[in-house]
Design a binder for this molecule. Structure first.
Ligand SMILES: NC(=O)c1ccc[n+]([C@@H]2O[C@H](COP(=O)([O-])OP(=O)(O)OC[C@H]3O[C@@H](n4cnc5c(N)ncnc54)[C@H](O)[C@@H]3O)[C@@H](O)[C@H]2O)c1
Length: 346
């Protein structure tokens, strides 16, 4: 099949490269000329273990095309994945859809033949409806189906997650789009992964609910770690003892600084915002966001305690500053506010 990934960041690049590796021709489009130039020279703009070799192999075999030419890429493709960023709006919980909607407005001018348009970006519940409104004339002429296919890959393990996903969620009521997408994903639907066709709104919400649940697990064990510190108990024993219960599970149950990164912080905030829009109080998610913010302050306090309140003229080393190992992504890393605070005290 011929695919177009719009936005060649962590999600667009990894998905594009992996789709090309199972035999598709993939156009990876980005408006960042520098990024595209690097990729055309075989240089990765991000760090992701294992991506380099798969990219080079498929680029050589001309199954991967890196370009800034959206019109050409869309015209030549059957399926269009929107993979641009959805950060929080400034000083707000709301997800900023300006990148997504700007792509949709461009697509409106380009599309003349049937295409499946997919949001792979994490977008709030009912974004698909908004997109459909913009493309209503194309929809009436049956030239587009708008589908939600959220991505669950984790940075640092993105290739494995994409090739061996736990599940693939396709949110659409179009039989035609669902059939095409099932055959696109067929090579990577393994015994262990499941393919679900849900409503579009359902697919959009599954992504946020999953991220909020994982953030809750992290915050829960971090709060238990706070108690352990006071009560002289090793938190690792608790993680092991709790995680061995299959109903609980051991993943996302290790205490750490505070969750960060390009997804959990903005997605938990956006879910609260969606709750407000639908007049639903998501009190657990609100508490998780507060608890996570407090955890960052708590760790700074611990540094202050160790140094007996005297932070001036001290050299402090952070071993690892990204939000987790095996990524170069610094977005909302919990080290940033800590480093800023400690720097001010010099
Ligand atoms: N990073 C992750 O681990 C991860 C995992 C699952 C889902 N997601 C979601 O996927 C989406 C993308 O995340 P990301 O981390 O890959 O973002 P990113 O910032 O790494 O990449 C986004 C890319 O889109 C490009 N872009 C923006 N507007 C464009 C346009 N009009 N045309 C072409 N390119 C354009 C940017 O230049 C950038 O290269 C977000 O919604 C995110 O929440 C991310």
């Amino acid at each position: 099949m011929k695919l177009c990934m719009i936005g060649t960041g962590y999600v667009g690049l990894v998905s594009g490269v992996c789709f090309s590796d199972v035999g598709n021709t993939v156009y990876c489009v980005d408006k960042d000329q520098k990024k595209i130039d690097l990729l055309n020279k075989g240089i990765l703009p991000i760090f992701e273990p294992g991506l380099d070799e798969i990219l080079k192999k498929n680029f050589k075999q001309k199954r991967l095309i890196f370009t800034t030419n959206l019109k050409q890429a869309v015209t030549n493709s059957d399926i269009i994945f929107i993979c641009v960023g959805t950060p929080s709006k400034k000083n707000s919980n709301t997800a900023n859809l300006k990148y997504v909607l700007s792509v949709v407005k461009d697509l409106k001018k380009i599309i003349k033949k049937y295409k499946i348009i997919i949001t792979k970006s994490t977008v709030p519940l009912s974004t698909g409806d908004k997109i459909e409104k913009i493309l209503i004339n194309l929809k009436k002429k049956k030239l587009v189906d708008i589908v939600s296919n959220p991505e669950f890959l984790r940075e640092g393990e993105a290739i494995r997650d994409f090739i061996y996903p736990d599940r693939i969620i396709i949110g659409t009521d179009s039989e035609k789009a669902n059939k095409t997408l099932k055959s696109l994903y067929l090579p990577i639907i393994k015994k262990t992964s499941r393919y679900f066709n849900t409503s579009r709104r359902g697919a959009e919400l599954i992504k946020y609910a999953s991220n909020a649940f994982l953030a809750t697990k992290i915050s829960f064990i971090n709060e238990i770690a706070n108690l352990c510190e006071k009560a002289d108990v090793d938190i690792k024993d608790i993680s092991l003892g709790m995680g061995s219960d299959e109903r609980i599970g051991s993943r996302f149950l290790r205490a750490g600084p505070a969750y960060g990164g390009s997804c959990f912080p903005k997605d938990t905030r956006a879910l609260i915002d969606t709750g407000n829009k639908f007049k639903t109080n998501l009190s657990i998610v609100k508490t998780v966001v507060n608890s996570n913010n407090k955890r960052k302050t708590l760790l700074i306090k611990r540094v202050e305690r160790i140094l007996k309140g005297n932070l001036s003229n001290k050299i402090i080393t952070f071993l690892g500053v990204t939000f987790k190992p095996n990524t170069d992504d610094m977005r909302e890393a919990s080290s940033i506010p800590m480093i800023k605070y400690l720097n001010k005290k010099k």
